[in-house]
Design a protein around this ligand. Sequence first.
Ligand code: SF4
Length: 339
Amino acid sequence: MQEALLFERVEGEAVLCRLCPWCCRIAPQGVGLCQVRENQDGALYNLNYGLVSAAAVEPIERRGVYHLFPGSVLLTLGGWGDNLRCRFRPAPPELPEASEKRRYLDSERAIDFAVEHRCRGLAWGYQEPVVWLEYVLDTAKLARANGLFTLFLTKGFVSEEAIDLLGPYLDGWVVEILAASAQPYEQACSLPGWETILRSTVHARKRWHCHVEIHTPLVVPVNGGDEVLRSLGSWIRENLGPDIPWHLWRCEPAGELAGQPPASSEEMERAQAVGREAGLRYVYIQTGDEAGLSHTVCPSCGQLLVRREGKFYIRTSGVEENKCTRCGQEIYLRRSIFK
Ligand code: SF4
């Protein structure tokens, strides 16, 4: 446990957390909506510092990231806590109360482990990493000092202040965006201020030059309509550019939609076509298994650039200095830690 960043004392001994747009006002001995930030005698503490819910050494493609160091191996760490619940997804596990069920991973040990296992990068994901900010920041600084790239896998409901703390140490911002309109967010999580997710992504890209990829879980009754998809595709092109990869995920509806079928192959392909019609150059269907890996081709001449087969066969060819060797088209590919 550590004193938290980004809070202020308000009247009495209450505190206001500024880490995400919920801006929880937390009474003494109370916790915020994420359940992992607690007011102790007028100061805010995180309850999850260094506590790891999951860790894996894996190819970056397993996280659904295609244009950042393709084929590289990274260490992905997951913490505890979540600030955005979706009615149609399984509830995230909660921080165990029993101390013997808590796993602490020292930040230096995490980096040593990544280096020992020849990882090229460090990622934070599985659960929302913004509520793990202090630990993410400490490990990000060490990762960068050791030449690792860094990747934030987020739902994007993050304050600009938090992004500004992380920005200098962050290479990749991979964000889950459901839609660029109010209705799907209302249906999925009754989220006031959902536009923050779009704004935070633009901020990470424009202010901190993060490599950005967008993930959209496709839940047909919520965001599978052509209009909803078209407006998100157009928003990506207009605000981030046509090169930003858009990954459409097949997701098994849970919670209130449990029992509903996941998007069919035809619905996934239709969504992909809508993204391309919106002017995006890289629109991928992600099925969550190795068989569902897609290749990257030059959007101009169709030359195969990144071949992805099985878990570990990822081969990049036909690109020099981020240009297609056949037609000279600029390719959105980040393979350097220099921004
Ligand atoms: S990080 Fe947690 S405590 Fe802070 S504003 Fe967000 S939900 Fe509330």
